[in-house]
Design a protein around this ligand. Structure first.
Ligand SMILES: O=C(O)C1=C[C@@H](OP(=O)(O)O)[C@@H](O)[C@H](O)C1
Ligand SMILES: C=C(OP(=O)(O)O)C(=O)O
Length: 453
């Protein structure tokens, strides 16, 4: 069964046209990963958590609504300003209706962990894209902790989950490098008596660990002899409200940054993005490719390293991106492929098989879009090689986005610097993560032409 979702009904195609130099200062919306977690962890405290800079995109708004249905009081008090009055660990309410996660893998998997640690039953639904994504990766460890899943479509949504009456603390070595899996197990472990341990083969984004500590939980990390990272969480903590300042999202900033690198004459400043080392891989890569990116005003805000970036148009050159960097830039490969198309020489991206199970199969969707715009690309199960055209990309393609916001934004960025406009079939999904992408880019000088359907 696939559940219809409102955003599926209002697709709109959009073209990006060759644009003059992009200039100006901008702030991108709050980080999506931190925004989801602020709402979820706030709901597990007794008292009021105040959040500023929350991303008001569809994915995070779905999480806000779901936390309300699970018993928290979640209120918007101003632009990006939210208040969460929680119920405390162990006291979530059973929802009366299915929980609709829309397009959001993060929301669905983290809240599965949360529900798995509570003696309540909830049904999880999502849009057509989310209903195709694998949930087995969280079902396996959460079942070991005592949760019971009814997933008629073999580990996909829609599914119904009954949480454990007394969750068991486990030690789980995750077979995939996934912050969502790690976070789901730790969230279930919050209501288990004893220490829950997740062992990651490769370190992934650590917002859950950082934020749980800030809320008062005891979380320790340890590097094991084989180089894997073990995260130990002591269950049943009393979490205290904690003010959260959400920094700018480096995954969203990636789009104006790549646009400024490839549109000749551009110079922009992106302010206040987190450069958490587990998120900054794209920026390291673009600098290695010869991108003129100046990291300015490095500081710490809300427990995260934050900086401003000055970006000037640059002639990039292709490089080989090492597989061990993949986790730190996992959502940025589609837009890296756009940068690579304008570079000289080949860019080789390895160790990226996880891209095949995102909102779309991002290797296939990116490769198809590149070919439609005159770029030679070679894909394997877990790699992609792009032949750069040294600033001369044909464009003119009509790209299928497969309900994937990052594919839509990546190809719109391509169109700003290609010889002919690039059209995406559906720009509506951009609202899931970067609702003001179009107006912000227009302020810098980007030209977009809409075609409503
Ligand atoms: O934990 C998170 O907030 C996220 C983890 C990543 O997913 P995986 O854990 O599946 O790699 C990433 O792709 C997603 O956009 C956000
Ligand atoms: C993969 C992404 O998100 P999610 O897994 O939350 O749907 C993304 O935003 O690129």
């Amino acid at each position: 069964m696939t559940v219809a979702h409102p955003s599926q009904n209002s697709t709109s195609s959009l073209s990006a046209e060759p644009s003059h130099a992009l200039t100006g200062h901008l702030r991108v919306p709050g980080d999506k990963s931190i925004s989801h977690r602020a709402l979820i962890f706030g709901a597990l405290t007794v008292g009021e958590t105040k959040i500023t800079g929350l991303l008001e995109g569809e994915d995070v708004l779905a999480t806000a609504e779901i936390m309300r249905r699970l018993g928290a009081e979640v209120t918007r008090t101003g632009e990006g300003a939210w208040s969460v009055r929680g119920v405390g660990v162990g006291a979530l309410r059973e929802p009366s209706q299915p929980l609709d996660f829309g397009n959001s893998g993060t929301g669905a998997r983290l809240i599965m962990g949360l529900v798995a640690g509570h003696p309540i039953t909830a049904t999880f639904i999502g849009d057509a894209s989310l209903s195709r994504r694998p949930m087995g990766r969280v079902i396996t460890p959460l079942s070991q902790m005592g949760a019971v899943f009814h997933a008629p479509e073999g580990g996909k949504l829609p599914l119904t989950l009954t949480g454990a009456r007394e969750a068991l603390p486990i030690t789980y070595r995750s077979p995939v490098a996934s912050a969502q899996v790690k976070s789901a197990v730790l969230l279930a472990g919050l209501n288990a008596r004893g220490v829950t341990t997740v062992i990651e083969p490769v370190p992934t984004r650590d917002h859950t660990e950082r934020m749980l500590r800030a809320f008062g939980a005891h979380v320790e990390t340890e590097t094991l002899p084989d180089g894997a990272l073990a995260i130990h969480l002591t269950g049943q903590p009393e979490l205290h409200p904690c003010p959260i300042v959400v920094p700018g999202d480096p995954s969203s900033a990636a789009f104006p940054v790549v646009a400024a690198l490839i549109v000749p004459g551009s110079e922009i400043v992106v302010e206040g993005i987190t450069l958490n080392p587990h998120r900054a891989g794209l920026y390291t890569t673009l600098i290695e490719m010869g991108g003129d990116i100046e990291v300015m005003n490095q500081r710490e805000e809300g427990g995260e390293p934050v900086a401003d970036l000055r970006v000037r148009a640059s002639q990039l050159h292709g490089i080989e991106v090492p597989p061990e960097r993949a986790a730190s830039m996992i959502d940025e490969y589609p837009v890296l492929a756009i940068a690579a198309s304008f570079a000289s020489g080949q860019t080789i991206m390895r160790g990226i098989h996880e891209l095949r199970v995102k909102e779309s199969d991002r290797i296939a969707a990116t490769a198809a879009g590149l070919r439609l715009n005159g770029i030679k690309v070679h894909e394997t199960e877990d790699s992609m090689t792009v032949d750069g055209r040294e600033g001369h990309v044909d464009g003119g393609g009509h790209v299928v986005t497969h309900m994937d916001h990052r594919i839509a934004m990546s190809f719109l960025v391509m169109g700003l610097a290609a010889h002919k406009p690039v059209t995406v079939d559906d720009a509506s999904m951009i609202a899931t993560s970067f609702p003001n992408f179009i107006p912000l880019m227009r302020e810098l000088g980007a030209i977009f032409v809409g075609h409503s359907q």
